[in-house]
Design a protein around this ligand. Structure first.
Ligand code: ARG
Length: 456
């Protein structure tokens, strides 16, 4: 079949080479955006008199028909027509005849594809931002339920100090809030029109770039045609922000997986978010959490892939840029579905509050409380640290905890220690008293939740 760009060629095409060069298997996802871009372009061609109004209307009508067919999944794409732009142009020709050939006046596939990508990402970025926002509301609701649920806080994955589970959840809220801010900020760079940059150098036709940008709802225009057709920073920024977001989800999933284990039993996921084993009848695996942890790798890969594709490209357009698409589609899909799963999984997760609390009673996570107690009674903190360290060692040898040490023994260690030490050592007291700004004290967590609820 003759190529739309076939004029200067007389060699014959080979199907397997066409297949290697084609992007239609994946860029058909851009059909809607491509038609939208063409509609704006043809309206402008008519308004500026580059083609007649009658021709513009004929082409618009044909494009509307294609839009309808695309929405009904009635378009059949072919490898011979290489990509979404040429496929649709050919279909337009089949709809309205030779006047279709006027659509590509003052335009190139280079500004066309860049426009499609900006339109696509703008739409999907907004959806993703809404999903992040929804997940944040789920986190806050869960945190509010668990302000007074006590769990071991960890450093080095060792019991460190008891904390509020609500506080732990709100740490993820903080990460997701920054993720949302980054995505919202990046929208500015997505919301720019490259249409009219043409192949690389602009055009001799009296086009109106502001008109097409307004028509497409873009807030701004690229001011350098070379930059407009070859910039993919807006995609890199999306992939980079998505990588950080997926890294956060992955860390959270890692904790959920640990918490679901027999050793922890801190939480239980509903059956909807769990799967069984084909051989071990007892198994209930946190597959969805594992998959999100795993899928973070794809998104990091999409970012590295595109950075590598672009790093050596001379200006302006190069066919390498066709490799920008699959990673972007993949990341949009992965991030959107991961956020949906996270929101559902956390909203329905059962928290074993007693088990969490018990885990803070049979450990030494109250050792800091004893050292602080001595310090408030005038003993230099370093010395207090040493005293408690020795006592912990002694307790481990005896197989007891700080709260099991009799008062006489405490007083033999230092007479400043009184009977109120046992209340001080209770994990609930330890958490309650951490009033410092941003600390795990119930009043602080409550305050933080009230503050963010007002912003959500
Ligand atoms: N399918 C191409 C892409 O995705 C469209 C632009 C092609 N431009 C060209 N000059 N060959 O990048």
């Amino acid at each position: 079949m003759a190529k739309l760009w076939g004029g200067r060629f007389d060699g014959k095409n080979e199907a397997w080479i066409d297949a290697f060069g084609a992007s239609i298997p994946f860029d058909q996802q851009l059909a809607k955006q491509d038609i939208t871009g063409s509609l704006a372009h043809v309206k402008m061609l008519g308004a500026t008199g580059i083609i007649t109004e009658a021709e513009a209307q004929q082409i618009s009508a044909g494009l509307e028909t294609l839009a309808q067919k695309a929405a009904n999944h009635e378009l059949t794409f072919t490898i011979e027509n290489e990509d979404i732009h040429l496929n649709l142009e050919k279909m337009l020709h089949d709809e309205i005849g030779p006047v279709a050939g006027k659509l590509h006046t003052a335009r190139s596939r280079n500004d066309q594809v860049a426009t499609d990508m900006h339109l696509y990402l703008k739409e999907h970025l907004k959806e993703i931002i809404e999903k992040v926002q929804h997940f944040r509301t789920v986190l806050v609701a869960k945190a509010e339920e668990h302000i007074e649920t006590i769990m071991p806080g960890y450093t080095h994955l060792q019991h460190a100090q008891p904390i509020s589970f609500g506080h732990h959840l709100m740490a993820y809220y903080g990460m997701l809030t920054r993720d949302q801010a980054r995505l919202e900020e990046s929208l500015k760079r997505v919301d720019i029109s490259p249409l009219g940059c043409a192949a690389l150098a602009g055009t001799t036709f009296p086009i109106d770039r502001q008109m097409t940008a307004d028509e497409l709802g873009f807030a701004d225009l690229y001011m350098n045609s070379l930059d407009g057709v070859s910039d993919r920073d807006f995609i890199l920024e999306f992939l980079s922000n998505s990588s950080i977001l997926m890294m956060h989800l992955s860390r959270f999933c890692e904790e959920i997986i640990l918490w679901c284990s027999h050793e922890f039993k801190f939480v239980e996921l509903t059956d909807t978010f769990s799967t069984g084993s084909s051989i071990m009848p007892q198994k209930k695996n946190p597959d969805m959490a594992e998959l999100i942890r795993g899928k973070s790798g794809r998104v990091f890969g999409d970012l590295m892939g595109l950075l590598t594709v672009i790093k050596g490209l001379p200006l302006a357009y190069n066919k390498d840029l066709q490799e920008d698409k699959e990673g972007m589609f993949d990341t949009v899909h992965t991030v959107a579905t991961s956020l949906d799963i996270m929101a559902g999984m956390i909203a329905t997760m059962k928290v074993n509050t007693q088990t969490m609390h018990d885990a803070t009673e049979k450990d030494f996570s109250n050792a800091t409380e004893l050292a602080d107690y001595l310090a408030t009674k005038g003993i230099p903190f370093r010395q207090a640290h040493e005293i408690v360290g020795k006592l912990v060692l002694d307790c481990t040898l005896k197989g007891i905890y700080l709260q099991d040490v009799p008062l006489e023994e405490y007083q033999a260690i230092n007479p400043v220690i009184e009977a109120d030490i046992y209340d001080t050592l209770a994990s609930k007291t330890a958490v309650t008293r951490r009033h410092s700004l941003g600390g795990t004290g119930f009043d602080q967590v409550k305050k933080q939740i009230q503050l963010v609820k007002a912003t959500l």
